[in-house]
Design a protein around this ligand. Sequence first.
Ligand code: SF4
Length: 329
Amino acid sequence: MGEKKYRGKQIFEWVNKGAKRWEDMTNIGKVLKEKLQKNTFITHVKIEKKMVSKIDGTTKYLFLLEDKNIIEGVVMKYKHGFTACISSQVGCVMGCSFCASTIGGLIRDLRAGEMIDQILQMQQDLGERISNIVLMGSGEPLHNYREVMKFLEIVNSESGLNIGNRHITLSTCGLVPEIKKLADLQIPINLAVSLHAPNDETRQIMMPIAKKYSIKALMEACEYYLQKNNRRITFEYALVKEVNDEEVHAKQLGQLLKGMLCYVNLIPVNTVAEARYEKSREEQVKRFQKVLKSQGVEATIRREMGADIDAACGQLRNNYINKKIKEKQ
Ligand code: SF4
């Protein structure tokens, strides 16, 4: 538009503060405001529905996008501050069999701005600063690589949300080439890998991506990531009754991860109406953790947050879509 460079910085800062209209940008002159009004627009994700857990204050949001698609996000309150779990795509193509986000397939990628805006809307609504981000909502972040990288840059920028890379976690179902690509960038974010099984056979039952990339290839990519970043990797392991939660699985997992700079996050799988799986019993989860520890692999059991508000991945969005379909019929 032929404007001075610092104008871009001013606008960037306003948008990151959540400004919704050009008129609100007090340090931008009238002529430029009119030019911007004519040639550009500011979009926002809108809070369509909000649910607050009575148990632990976890807040779940359904956001309405400009094209009427729906995504979801969650804010969890911890001792160290507020953590936002956001979506990176509308739906997901990866087909993990325990996940409600993938039931309707992938609709589209989210733009970096739509990811940032989920955080801005949460902050504005709660009147609190979000200090940690997890890319663990619907979508596979590395399948929307370009926009997610742009998002990471903005979120970390001092004039953006100014959230340190060490407070950001990217969770992937294991896209091997993209993990290597991300490793090469050497951004000190936390990497979480959804492993969910210690061998290819079981993993292929749970996650179609395992047919494309073997555990061996995935582990090589993780080693490469560690070489480049030297940051501990988290392996997510959703425990499903009689599928991947037996002692033999724990032993195999221990063997696989022994000596690696990592820890395992054990997740008693969320109950989703459409899913075919049952949650592992509590004793079984504890036993699994004990076997891993006895092999020198650190493992924690994830605390269930917002159990009373459909906080499981994709569950709220899915229930909302089903309700809308029924209303139309
Ligand atoms: S777990 Fe993640 S990658 Fe797998 S289907 Fe769900 S959103 Fe997609």
